[in-house]
Structure formats: C-alpha cells, structure tokens
Design a protein around this ligand. Structure first.
Ligand SMILES: Cc1cc2nc3c(=O)[nH]c(=O)nc-3n(C[C@H](O)[C@H](O)[C@H](O)COP(=O)(O)O)c2cc1C
Length: 231
C-alpha cells in the first residue's frame, strides 16, 4: 500500500513513531512528510538520518515543508486519492488546533485537509490525549549545576555542529542529537533523553477530542497501535 507518514514537531512519542515507521516501511511504500518543526525536532533527537534512510524513490520521498513553498503541491496527491492511508505521528497540539478549526497553512495540515477531500483514511496520534501529567523526554541539555566551567570544554570541542556555548547552553537548532557531547564531558554535565513531567493543557485535550468529528479520521493513542490497525 502507498502510505504517507507525517511527522510534526513533537518530542513526545517521537522515538516510538520512528520505530513504528521503520516497521511499516518494510512492507509498504512510504512517503515521509515533515513539518518544518518536525524536521528540526527530529534532528535534535538524533532521529533525522534514521527517517531519511527509509526514503528514496517515487512515492518514497522525504518531503520537507520548506521545499513545498506556500501552496503545498504534494497535498494534491491526497485529493487525487493516490495514497491508501495518511498517518500523522506524533501530532503536535499546534497542528491539531489548526486541523479542528479547518486551518490548512502548513504541509501537514494541507495533507490532512486534502486527505479528507480525497476520502483517504487518516490516522492521527496526538501528543495531547488526556488530562493530567505525562512523562516526556528532552533532547540534549547542558546541566549547568554539574558544569565545572573547564578552561577547555570537552563537550563543546567534541560537538561536530559547533552547537555548544560552554557554560551557557546548547543551540538546539544546530544540534543533530549525535550524543558526542554527552560522552565527552567528564562531569556528565550534558544530559540526553532526560525525563520530565509536563501537564497536558485542557485546551489541547479538548481540541484532540474534536478530531472525532472529522470524516475518515481515526485517533489512536500510541504509534504501535497503527500496526494492529493496518494488519
Ligand atoms: C525539543 C522540542 C520538543 C517539542 N515537543 C513538543 C511536543 O511534544 N508537543 C507539542 O505539541 N509541541 C512540541 N514542541 C513545540 C512544537 O515544535 C511547536 O509548537 C511547533 O510550532 C509545531 O509546529 P508543527 O505543528 O507545524 O509541527 C517541541 C519543541 C521542541 C523545541
């Protein structure tokens, strides 16, 4: 089956989404479409190259928002019914808020809108599903309380992207999530994949519930559930 898989700019459920995408790519032709933030966040978490490696060829492209300009011509494939399925996982609160209000001003929101018009089944994995606290993972982070302000910062020296300002911060827009800084710092002052607790906002949970009213759209709570649905 021809499947399009959209990734938005959420760190939450990102690794699980990529792992599920890798499994699906063994049996299906997959076009991967990234929101601009999706591209950035995939890089921050060191997952961009893994996703890119799954793509190549007609209907197996890696489609970047910045290459689609303002009218998102790729979305035409959905209105023409060229895909059997559109999956968006993970889906940010931002993208969901737009979708439930009928806004289509980005690559992924256009794909979802045109899938609706082309009667293409869409599966969405939202990051904001239920009220309450959830655990989520951060990308690389300088832990300032552990930083010893060495005269030569080993972490900064090891960074191939020159993303670290010693004793200050990691520029996540330069970071590719390779983890070299974590290995290099003798004081373990760079964390990677640190778990934090965040509260789901009611407005985001309420928006997610509204997805149920959209045609041909199914909401699932975890990327792995997609495999059961397809089989
Ligand atoms: C490291 C990082 C992790 C993020 N994780 C999330 C997330 O889990 N959920 C979310 O709704 N937004 C998250 N964001 C914010 C989105 O990337 C941001 O709202 C972006 O504008 C979403 O654009 P998009 O919906 O077009 O992808 C994160 C941002 C960063 C820098």
């Amino acid at each position: 089956m021809k499947i399009a898989w959209g990734i938005t700019g959420a760190g939450h459920l990102l690794l699980e989404s990529v792992e599920t995408l890798e499994k699906l790519a063994k049996e299906h032709e997959i076009t991967v479409i990234l929101s601009a933030a999706g591209e950035e966040v995939l890089k921050m978490y060191g997952l961009y190259e893994r996703v890119k490696a799954l793509t190549g060829g007609y209907y197996q492209e890696l489609v970047l928002e910045k290459d689609q300009k303002f009218s998102y011509p790729l979305a035409g494939r959905f209105s023409l019914g060229r895909y059997g399925l559109l999956i968006v996982s993970p889906t940010t609160s931002n993208t969901i808020a737009k979708v439930v209000n009928g806004v289509s001003d980005s690559l992924i929101t256009n794909a979802i809108a045109q899938a609706g018009k082309g009667k293409v089944q869409t599966i969405i994995v939202p990051v904001d599903l239920e009220s309450g606290d959830v655990q989520t993972l951060l990308p690389s982070k300088l832990e300032l309380e552990l930083c010893q302000h060495c005269s030569t910062c080993q972490a900064a020296a090891a960074c191939p992207q020159d993303a670290i300002t010693p004793g200050v911060e990691i520029n996540l827009l330069k970071c590719q999530g390779c983890g070299a800084c974590q290995m290099a710092c003798p004081f373990k002052a760079v964390s990677g994949g640190k778990q934090i607790t965040i509260r789901m906002r009611e407005i985001d949970v309420a928006n997610t519930r509204k997805l149920d009213s959209l045609e041909d759209l199914k909401v699932v709570s975890a990327p792995s559930q997609i495999l059961n649905l397809i089989s």
